[in-house]
Design a protein around this ligand. Structure first.
Ligand code: KG4
Ligand code: ZN
Length: 335
C-alpha cells in the first residue's frame, strides 16, 4: 500500500516504549511504561534496575502498541529501534527485542539515533521546513543541531560537561528534592526572583558549545557558604537565579545560530523542553517572527517515547537505510 506503518521501540534510559506511526507524521499508538517510581528513592536512574524493568515490560508494551493501533505485524513495514546513545544495558533490551521481531516476521530493521528521535518528535505535530535548527535539551544531551534536509544532522554545538537536565537534577538533589528534579526547580523558580549572582558560561567567542558544571558548582557553593555563615538563603531566589542563567545561555546561543544559519524553523526537543522558563523565553524571542516558525511539541512528545523513534525511522526507511541482524546497542553512537 502507499502508506508506511513503522513500529518504534525505545529503551535507552528509564522508559520502556513502543509505538506505531503512520507515514512518519501520524501517531497511531504510543505506549510508554515509566520507571521513575523505581529509581526515585536512589535519586537517579540505576542502570541495572532500568535493564530489569525493560526486560519485564518490553513484550507487554509492544503488544499493547500493536493492539491500540489495531494492526498486526503483517501490516507493519519495518521495526525502528533506538540503537544509541544511552545506557548500554537498557539499549540492549530494545535492540534485541527489535531484532527478534524483525527476524521472526521477516521485516526490515532500522537502528535510530536517540537524538534524531527527539528532533523528529516535532514532525508528529508540524511539517519540517529546511534549513532548521533544533535545540535538544534533555537529561543526557544539550545540543544545537542544524538540518538542511531530512536525515542529515550537523551538531553545531554541544555540552562539554553536564547536560542541562543533568544540572537541574543535581541542583535539585542538593536542595533535597526528589528525582527528576527539573520540574521542582522550574516550579520554585517561578516563585522567586533571580537576585543571586551566578555565572554564565559563554565559552569562546562564537562557540555554540555549552557548559553547565560551573553553574551547578556555583549554586552548591552559594548554599554551603550561606550555611557556614549561618545566613538564610531564599531557595526560591536561588532556583530562579539558576534557571535564569540556564535559560539565558540556551536562548542567546540559539538566537545567534538562528541568525547565522538563516533557518526557517526552530524546533525544541528533549525533556527540558518542558521547562516553563525556557518555553516562555523562546516564545518571547521567536513567537512573533514571520521569517521563522517556532515549534514546541507537547510534553508527552518531549520526554522519551517510541513515536519519535518511529518517526525518525520512517525517514530512514524511505531513504532505503537498513540495519542488519548484527546491529548492536551502541552507547556512543554519533548523530
Ligand atoms: O528527554 P528526557 O525525558 O530523558 C533523557 O533523554 O534524558 O529528559 C529528562 C530530563 C530530566 O533531567 C528532567 O529533570 C528534565 O528533563 N526536566 C526538566 C523539566 N521537566 C523535565 N528540566 C527543567 N524543567 C522542567 N520543567
Ligand atoms: Zn531522551
Amino acid at each position: 500500500s502507499s502508506e508506511t506503518l513503522i513500529l518504534g521501540i525505545e529503551t535507552s534510559c528509564d522508559e520502556t516504549a513502543a509505538s506505531v506511526v503512520r507515514n512518519g507524521t501520524e501517531i497511531v499508538s504510543n505506549v510508554v511504561a515509566s520507571q521513575i517510581e523505581s529509581h526515585k528513592r536512589f535519586g537517579g536512574v540505576v542502570p541495572e534496575i532500568a535493564s530489569r524493568h525493560h526486560v519485564e515490560q518490553m513484550t507487554i508494551v509492544v503488544e499493547e502498541a500493536l493492539e491500540q493501533a489495531e494492526v498486526t505485524m503483517d501490516e507493519i513495514d519495518a521495526i525502528a529501534v533506538t540503537e544509541g546513545p544511552g545506557l548500554v544495558g537498557a539499549l540492549i533490551i530494545g535492540v534485541n527485542a527489535a531484532k527478534a521481531i524483525a527476524f521472526a516476521h521477516q521485516k526490515p530493521l532500522i537502528g535510530v539515533h536517540h537524538i534524531a528521535g527527539h528532533i523528529y518528535a516535532n514532525r508528529l505535530i508540524e511539517e519540517m521546513k529546511f534549513p532548521l535548527l533544533s535545540l535538544v535539551v534533555s537529561g543526557g544531551h544539550t545540543e544545537l543541531v542544524l538540518m538542511k534536509e531530512h536525515g542529515s544532522f550537523e551538531v553545531i554545538g554541544e555540552t562539554r560537561d553536564d547536560a542541562a537536565g543533568e544540572a537541574y537534577d543535581k541542583v535539585a538533589r542538593t536542595l533535597g528534592m526528589p528525582y527528576p528534579g527539573g520540574p521542582h526547580i522550574d516550579k520554585l523558580a517561578h516563585e522567586g526572583t533571580p537576585s543571586v549572582k551566578l555565572p554564565r558560561a559563554w565559552l569562546e567567542e562564537g562557540s555554540y558549545d555549552f557548559s553547565f558544571s560551573g553553574l551547578k558548582s556555583a549554586v552548591i557553593n552559594t548554599l554551603h557558604n550561606a550555611e557556614q555563615r549561618g545566613e538564610e538563603i531564599d531557595v526560591k531566589d536561588l532556583a530562579a537565579s539558576f534557571q535564569e542563567s540556564v535559560v539565558e545561555v540556551l536562548t542567546e546561543k540559539t538566537k545567534r545560530a538562528v541568525e547565522e544559519y538563516g533557518v526557517k524553523q526552530l524546533l525544541l526537543a528533549g525533556g527540558v523542553a518542558a521547562n516553563k522558563g525556557l518555553r516562555t523565553r523562546l516564545t518571547e524571542m521567536f513567537g512573533e517572527r514571520e521569517d521563522l516558525e517556532l515549534v514546541i511539541p507537547p510534553l508527552s512528545l518531549c520526554t522519551d517515547n517510541a513515536a519519535m523513534i518511529a518517526a525518525a525511522g520512517t525517514v530512514m526507511y524511505e531513504q532505503g537505510k537498513r540495519s542488519t541482524l548484527t546491529m548492536n546497542a551502541n552507547p556512543g553512537l554519533m548523530l
